[in-house]
Design a protein around this ligand. Structure first.
Ligand code: FAD
Length: 655
């Protein structure tokens, strides 16, 4: 088991401490960002090359940031544990990216996108950040189009839009069901242009295992080469984490198998506060699990809810095939319950309703663990060719996984973990509580409050990378002009490298009886059962004690085969799973402490008579940001109060 000083039981009795300052600029909402850009310090073009910036992660957020910072003239070092930046999880994004262009002339605006996002997040995000996101959303589309990203177009040549949940306008730009892939090719190409120009140095197959600080400031990272096992130090004036979300703490998720929390968690252990870890998003339209041994779940894009109708049989335990169930024996429960938004209610609402009907015994499929998403009416109305043009690759993917043809029989879907709204706490400049350390994209807690609206993650990642960080990072660097980066010979680096080498050796020496995957799966079961789609006090307390017991077993009984100096997937995974254990404990404590329901965080004790999330704005209109105090010590719960000056907090209604 790893050293007690590096890994240990988290005694997480919580205490609330200081108020956090988000450094949101003053002034009217719509002027804040413009004024802030003007008031921030600048680094002159010739001085930018004197600054080294490390960007960890080359998904949409990281690649766009590395490309933009390189273009500005900074000396960038970009790291990814993938063999190519094109393998980042961002490539999996199917449905689209939001922007307030109002091309459909249906009443969209920057304010409406801002408003929908604040409301969709159940009033648990920062107004100023969300407004900035809506403002720069339009630039992203122009940038990507200029790069050649092949967005779908209408017959007249304008870019086409479709609708996503939580909105009554069409503002989602898409490239069939491959929007993430196409956007990533754009950002990747922009970054590789800088690699050729010499302003970005790309390190693939390199995993960040520690963030290094000196005198309280970030000064670099420690990485392990996943092919040779070599542990090395890299120094810079600023470090940017663009390392994605932590959905794989649930083991089964729609995330890429390698997505993990390690970079964010190691930064947390070095002093970066971790915000709202209990805000996790369950996506309503995933293919239901087909057995207990499955290791991956597949998303069916939310865009399908534009044309698919969700229903279950009225009768309990109905085993008739869908086509034998007459219209008057079907329950189109979302259309009935939420007539205004129908099948396009936000994800948290759609997911909870699917769980309810399945729990009540209306589930469909061999394991009765799904609901139908039916395209019969759309095919009859628009023809198969039109439906195929919009969703063809998604239908093909569904058929190759399930063996069922969704043009002929309804898809079966069920909610699955998909996205994490919690993450590293950042201020308005996207800087963490460690000066010089920034977090962007899904890795930060940022803009989505307690529930992210569909097609808003790509928007946020690219907003951060192309249009926000490139401005704000200069403000932090300007004062460091003339200071060389800390040498990698400094003891802060050499000690960090030795600690990682020791930790690696310890995993190999435990020599227990169970695989890393066994523990990850068991952990995932606990997290899904107790910190999943709905939570209650008893379950959360149980989770805390059972996760802790399983973690102890993991440290004493895991078996990691092979050696440290070759490619060793289970060695890589051991460290990641150990971080998931600590994160899972924090998620449970965070969920326990938040005595309200909001967005994806549904506490059964706090619901309206209709079963909707019941917020407590008096007690919890705040961000909870946790401070690591060392293994075995109390974590401190800090609070950032959320002030709503432009929207009125109401009970969310999609009826
Ligand atoms: C199936 C699916 C479909 C989706 N569809 C949509 C959609 O249609 N629209 C939408 O808006 N959102 C969608 N999302 C969400 C969206 O794809 C993600 O939130 C977004 O792509 C995250 O981008 P990112 O750049 O922050 O992180 P990622 O793309 O996850 O990239 C993380 C990067 O960090 C690197 N990394 C991580 N840890 C380390 C480490 N320790 N050391 C070195 N490198 C590291 C990885 O190698 C990778 O390069 C979808 C999500 C899923 C799961």
């Amino acid at each position: 088991m790893p050293n007690e000083t590096t890994r240990g039981s988290l005694n997480m009795e919580t205490e609330t401490n200081t108020l956090l300052d988000s450094r949101v600029p003053s002034g009217p909402l719509e002027d804040k960002w413009e004024n802030h850009k003007f008031s921030m310090k600048l680094v002159n073009p010739n001085n930018k090359r004197k600054f080294d910036v490390i960007v960890v992660g080359t998904g949409l957020a990281g690649a766009s940031a590395a490309a933009s910072l390189g273009e500005l003239g900074y000396k960038v070092k970009a790291f990814t544990f993938h063999d190519s930046p094109r393998r980042a999880h961002s490539i999996a994004a199917q449905g689209g990216i939001n922007a307030a262009k109002n091309y459909k002339n249906d009443g969209d605006s920057v304010y409406r996108l801002f408003y929908d996002t604040i409301k969709g997040g159940d009033y648990r995000s920062r107004e100023a950040n969300v407004h900035r996101l809506a403002e720069v959303s339009t630039n992203i589309i122009d940038q990507a189009t200029a790069q050649g990203v092949p967005f779908a177009r209408e017959y007249g040549g304008l870019l086409d839009n479709r609708s996503f949940g939580g909105a009554q306008v069409s503002r989602t730009f898409y490239a069939r069901g491959q929007t993430g892939q196409q956007l990533l090719l754009g950002a990747y190409s922009a970054m590789m242009r800088q690699v050729s120009a010499g302003s970005v140095e790309l390190h693939t197959r390199s995993e960040l295992l520690d963030v290094v600080t000196k005198d309280g400031k970030a000064c670099g990272i420690v990485t392990r080469d996943l092919l040779s096992g070599e542990v090395s130090a890299h120094s810079a004036h600023a470090v940017v984490l663009a390392t994605g979300g932590y959905g794989n703490v649930y083991f089964l998720s729609t995330n890429a198998m390698m997505s993990n929390v390690t970079a964010a968690w190691r930064a947390h252990r070095r002093g970066a506060f971790f915000a709202n870890p209990c805000y996790t998003q369950i996506h309503p339209t995933c293919i239901p699990a087909s057995d207990d041994f499955q290791s991956k779940l597949t998303l069916m894009s939310e865009s399908l809810r534009n044309d698919g109708r969700i229903w279950v049989p009225d009768a309990f335990d109905d085993s008739r095939p869908a086509h034998e169930i007459p219209e008057n024996e079907r329950d189109y429960y979302l259309e009935t319950k939420y007539p205004a938004f129908g099948n396009l209610v936000p994800r948290d609402v759609a997911s909870r309703n699917a769980k309810n009907v399945v729990d009540q015994g209306h589930g469909v499929g061999p394991l009765k663990n799904g609901v139908y998403l039916d395209f019969a009416a759309a095919v009859e109305r628009d023809g198969q060719d039109a439906i195929s043009a919009k969703y063809g690759n998604l239908f093909d993917m569904y058929e190759s996984i399930t063996g069922e043809n969704p043009y002929e029989v309804p898809m079966r879907i069920y909610p699955a973990i998909h996205y994490t709204m919690g993450g590293v706490w950042v201020d308005y400049n996207l800087m963490t509580t460690i000066p010089g350390l920034y977090a962007i994209g899904e890795a930060n807690f940022s803009d989505h409050g307690a529930n992210r609206l569909g097609a808003s993650a790509l928007m946020q990642g690219l907003a951060d990378g192309y249009f926000v960080l490139p401005y704000t990072i200069g403000d932090g660097l300007a004062d460091q002009l003339g200071n060389p980066a800390v040498s990698t010979d400094d003891p802060v680096f050499t000690n960090a490298v030795s600690a990682i080498e020791d930790e690696t050796a310890k995993w190999l020496s435990i020599n227990g009886t169970r695989s890393v995957d066994y523990f990850h799966r068991e952990l995932g079961r606990l997290v899904w059962d107790h910190i999943g789609m709905s939570r209650n006090k008893e379950g959360l307390e149980k989770a805390i004690s059972e996760i802790s017991a399983l973690k102890e077993e993991f440290y004493s009984d895991v078996r990691v085969l092979g050696s440290a100096d070759t490619l060793n997937l289970s060695l890589e995974k051991a460290g990641r799973v150990s971080d998931f254990f600590e994160l899972a404990e924090l998620m449970a404590h965070d969920a326990l402490k938040r005595e309200e329901s909001c967005g994806g965080h549904f506490r059964e004790e706090h619901q309206t008579p209709e079963g909707e999330a019941q917020r407590d704005d008096e007690g919890f209109a705040h961000v909870a940001a946790w401070e690591w105090n060392g293994a075995g010590s109390l974590q401190t719960r800090h609070v950032e109060q959320l002030d709503f000056e432009n929207v009125t907090l109401t009970q969310r209604s999609y009826k």
